[in-house]
Design a protein around this ligand. Structure first.
Ligand code: FAD
Length: 601
């Protein structure tokens, strides 16, 4: 049998983004021996790209803000499909998790009186996002990484996990390979935390980094974990759509929070005409009122550009569909005519430098051409709201890969605090689970043999297919058939395409050696990408209504029949299938908060 090296950890954390790092810290605080695996280098996980900020009701800018308003805003943004207990845990704990980061050395932007500053973001009733210019993710990762390294985490960088291993129904380890050397590794673990981030890369146009191929959803599903809300993918309204060199790259919502406005090809600010009924009365009705709000007038209402992402993304799509779009099929985002060049460079430094460098576009002088880009997965591995335990014993999940907190749509800034709150909870629960096991269970030789044979198979397919071609077909077809606007026939067509792509993926070939071999890596990514794509399409086909991030052209309105149900995708006898599950019932006192208008005390 091909050689492999074995490692033993109490808790194995798969993923080194914000959630993985926070889980590792929590588990180590409990005395667990923690190993962390990351496809990329430590410090380079996708979290580093986060720009706008981390949402927490600190009340530093508006003292009226508190966890109840954050709870209400998050549920409202999520179309009330969120798991209420997760939202409660989240809103209550987020402020302490941000303050803790500060104690560990994170340097946030300040208010004039020296407290952590907070900025406006879509769907948040009060300015709530603690930030570090537009480089918040970088500061978070730097801080968490310092803390985890100081505590002695064992990191396996540039290592990809391809399979979770099981003893009975419980997980007892993981199998993977070192991307640099091509050598194989097996991990024995008493508990595992999946923290592998999102799946944007299954789409052609995405803001997500290369590692977001959806591995964690698929790894968990393949060992029997339930997935929840997989139809809800957030298409961020303001991805660059032109020039091509920056296609998909995100223009942070911070641009709109700082006064940027959306215009169509007639120069009209169209968001005033696109306020949905559920938000009527909460947003400014004139440009003058919107500007007063930006200047800090507490009597004025927010600009409609700060509506939730699903609403703004769909409004842009409608402008395009009705012939008022920009030349490349989007809208104009203009901050240049609204703020001075100095202000823009100070408040949005990365935006300015990035587009200047990559596309020679000066956002202090001209508007950006933007449109929806696949950005965030609201759904994910179903977890217990307190412990982040999945439906598989010993397996926990946190961060973007876990579902339930965001319901049908996530508010900007809520992901970074999700990572902190639930990363910590997952780490604590995993360490506790591990502490009840006196030793590691042995790995099953035949299971390892199968992992090795699957991993090496692409090298034996001399007549096989180029894996990049298969991946491109997947990404293009997902974009076309399961993108921002969905319809029954196309979803069914996509299921058919995925099934054919699965057959082709079994014939994906790799040539050359095993060191840094991108063709081989892609061939091994494909089965996971196809599993998660199928789960998305199945759930999207089952939800015959439009709600949050899921928009159906054939069912354009929310349907009360779907208002109180989540969809679960689960493997049964090797086949993925969708089931409906009723929402957990919210206690009366929380329902009152959820239904409240305006500030809540
Ligand atoms: P990630 O940070 O994606 O980390 C995943 C880790 O898992 C990586 O280390 C990766 O290498 C590893 N991994 C993946 N698969 C495997 C595998 N098979 N084996 C081993 N390791 C694996 N949210 C906010 O709240 N505020 C913002 O301002 C904000 N801005 C954003 C800006 C951009 C451009 C983007 C794209 C997103 C933004 N988000 C923001 C969303 C937020 O950044 C992400 O949701 C969040 O960082 C995800 O963190 P995570 O820890 O779950 O996963």
């Amino acid at each position: 049998m091909e050689r492999y090296e074995t490692f033993e950890y109490d808790v194995l954390v798969v993923g080194a983004g914000g959630s993985g790092l926070r889980a590792a810290i929590a588990a180590m605080e409990q005395g667990a021996r923690v190993g962390m695996v990351s496809k990329s280098l430590l410090g380079k996980a996708h979290t580093v790209m986060a720009e706008g900020g981390v949402a927490a009701a600190l009340g530093n800018v508006r003292p009226e803000d508190n966890w109840k308003v954050h709870f209400r805003d998050t549920l409202k943004g999520g179309g009330m499909l969120n798991n209420w207990k997760m939202v409660q845990n989240y809103a209550q704990e987020a402020p302490e998790r941000v303050l803790e980061l500060e104690r560990w050395g994170a340097v946030f932007d300040r208010t004039p009186d020296g407290r952590i500053n907070q900025r406006n973001f879509g769907g948040h009733f009060f300015p709530r996002l603690a930030h570090v210019g537009d480089r918040t993710g970088l500061e978070m990762i730097r801080t968490l990484q310092d803390q985890a390294v100081k505590m002695g985490v064992n990191v396996h960088m540039e290592t990809t996990i391809t399979r979770l291993l099981q003893e009975g129904s419980a997980v007892n380890g993981a199998f993977g390979f070192d991307r640099r050397s091509g050598k194989f590794l097996a991990f024995k673990a008493k508990a595992i935390v999946i923290a592998t981030g999102g799946l944007g890369r299954i789409y052609k146009i995405t803001s997500n980094s290369w590692e977001c191929t959806g591995d964690g959803f698929a790894l968990a599903s393949m060992v029997g974990a339930d997935l929840i809300d997989m139809e809800f993918i957030q298409f961020h309204p303001t991805g660059m759509i032109w020039p091509t060199g920056v296609m998909g790259i995100l223009v942070t919502e911070g641009v709109r929070g700082e006064g940027g406005v959306l215009k169509n090809n007639q120069g009209k600010r169209f968001m005033f005409d696109n306020v949905p009924d559920r938000y009527k009365g909460e947003f400014a009705e004139t440009e003058e009122e919107a500007d007063r709000w930006l200047e800090g007038d507490r009597e004025a209402r927010r600009p409609p550009e700060l509506l939730t992402r699903d609403v703004v993304a769909r409004a842009i799509r409608m402008e395009v569909n009705e012939g008022r779009g920009s030349p490349h099929g989007g809208a104009y985002l203009d901050i240049a005519s609204r703020r001075s060049a100095d202000y823009i460079k100070k408040k949005l430094p990365s935006m300015y430098h990035q587009f200047m460098k990559l596309a020679n576009l000066d956002i202090t002088k001209e508007p950006m051409e933007v449109g929806p880009t696949s950005h965030y997965m609201m759904g994910g591995i179903k977890v217990d709201p307190d412990s982040q335990a999945t439906t598989v014993p010993g397996l926990f999940a946190a961060g973007e890969v876990a579902g339930g907190l965001h319901g049908a749509n996530r508010l900007g800034g809520n992901s970074l605090s999700d990572l902190l709150v639930f990363g910590r909870r997952a780490g604590l629960a995993a360490a506790e689970f591990a502490s009840k096991k006196s030793s590691w269970s042995s790995l099953d030789d035949s299971e390892i043999a199968q992992c090795l044979s699957e991993a090496l198979a692409p090298f034996s397919r001399a007549q096989g297919e180029n894996p990049f071609a298969i991946m491109q077909d997947l990404r293009n077809s997902m974009q076309k058939n399961a993108g921002i606007m969905r319809v029954e026939d196309e979803l069914n067509e996509q299921l058919d395409i995925i099934r054919k792509l699965k057959v082709r993926a079994h014939n994906a070939a790799a040539a050359g050696g095993r060191e840094y071999n991108p063709g081989w890596h892609t061939a091994l990514d494909l089965p996971l990408m196809l599993e998660v794509a199928e789960a998305v399409v199945l759930a999207a086909a089952a939800r015959k209504e439009s709600r949050g991030g899921h928009a159906r052209l054939d069912y354009p309105e929310p349907d009360p029949a779907f208002a109180m149900v989540n969809h679960l995708v689960r493997r049964k006898q090797g086949v993925l299938a969708v089931e409906t599950a009723p929402l957990p019932v919210m206690p009366g006192e929380l329902k009152e908060i959820a239904d409240a208008k305006g500030a809540v005390s």
